[in-house]
Design a protein around this ligand. Structure first.
Ligand code: FE2
Length: 237
């Protein structure tokens, strides 16, 4: 049972050898150390899943092996939960995506296409949410906002029980901060992720992102995000 207001990093590429994130167990351990040092209590491990590269079962087998290799080194904190960052694919609503969900729940982290979203894309996501009852989290939504029409599509999707994830990084640079701030002001359910890939150029950075949010919006805003993330993990969202 997860209690409220844990600090959760909902998006990371820390599992060794799975994707363009951590390349080996040593890197993963260092990333986890950095994350724990920043106060992260639960680290969600969301390796990229690309349906055009492999079957879901093959991905899950690789993920099991990678996770076991990491656990053999007994990382102490944070608590680890496996998931995936699932790249959107047409008619994905007809696939069995349950093995790609976070932990044993129904939360699915989806990476939307880097383009203007069509109505059929929105329909697929709606179907997953309403008919298949997945709890959809859209990964780093700030990256899609400059494509024409996507702001409106995000607004349309917000009538569903969908959560928008923002990368901590977005708050740290002038170029991306405006849109990240705008997303928070919109009142959408939002959670944070580091989307960490390594220990250098894309390192665990939740604390920096949280620091900016607390200064700009106050600790209540962080509490709300933490509550949303905890609710997702508990299947209560
Ligand atoms: Fe990612």
């Amino acid at each position: 049972m997860i209690t409220d207001n844990l600090i959760i990093d909902f998006h990371s590429h820390i599992l060794p050898g799975m994707d363009d994130g951590s390349r080996d167990v040593e890197t993963s351990l260092e990333m986890l150390r950095m994350s724990g040092e920043q106060g992260v209590q639960i680290q969600v491990l969301t390796s990229h899943y690309y349906p055009w590269k492999e079957e879901i079962d093959s991905f899950c087998d690789r993920r099991d092996r990678s996770f076991s290799a990491l656990l053999q080194k007994k990382p102490s904190t944070p608590q680890l939960i496996c998931g995936a960052e699932v790249a959107y694919f047409r008619h994905m609503n007809h696939a069995d995506l349950s093995k790609l969900c976070v932990g044993n729940g129904r939360t699915l982290l989806i990476e939307m296409p880097f383009e203007s979203w069509t109505n059929s894309i929105v329909d697929d996501i709606s179907f997953l949410s309403l008919d298949m009852e997945y709890r959809i989290v859209l990964a780093h939504v700030e990256r899609f906002m400059h494509y024409g029409g996507n702001r409106q599509k995000l607004e349309d999707l917000s009538s569903l029980p969908i959560v928008y994830q923002i990368n901590a990084e977005a708050f740290l640079h002038f170029r991306t901060r405006r849109i990240a701030v705008e997303l928070i002001k919109s009142g959408y359910p939002i959670i944070l992720g580091s989307d960490a890939h390594n220990c250098t150029s894309r390192k665990p950075n939740i604390a920096e992102g949280r620091g900016f949010i607390e200064k700009r919006f106050g600790s209540n805003c962080l509490d709300k995000m933490d509550f949303t993330a905890s609710s997702l993990l508990e299947g209560q969202f």
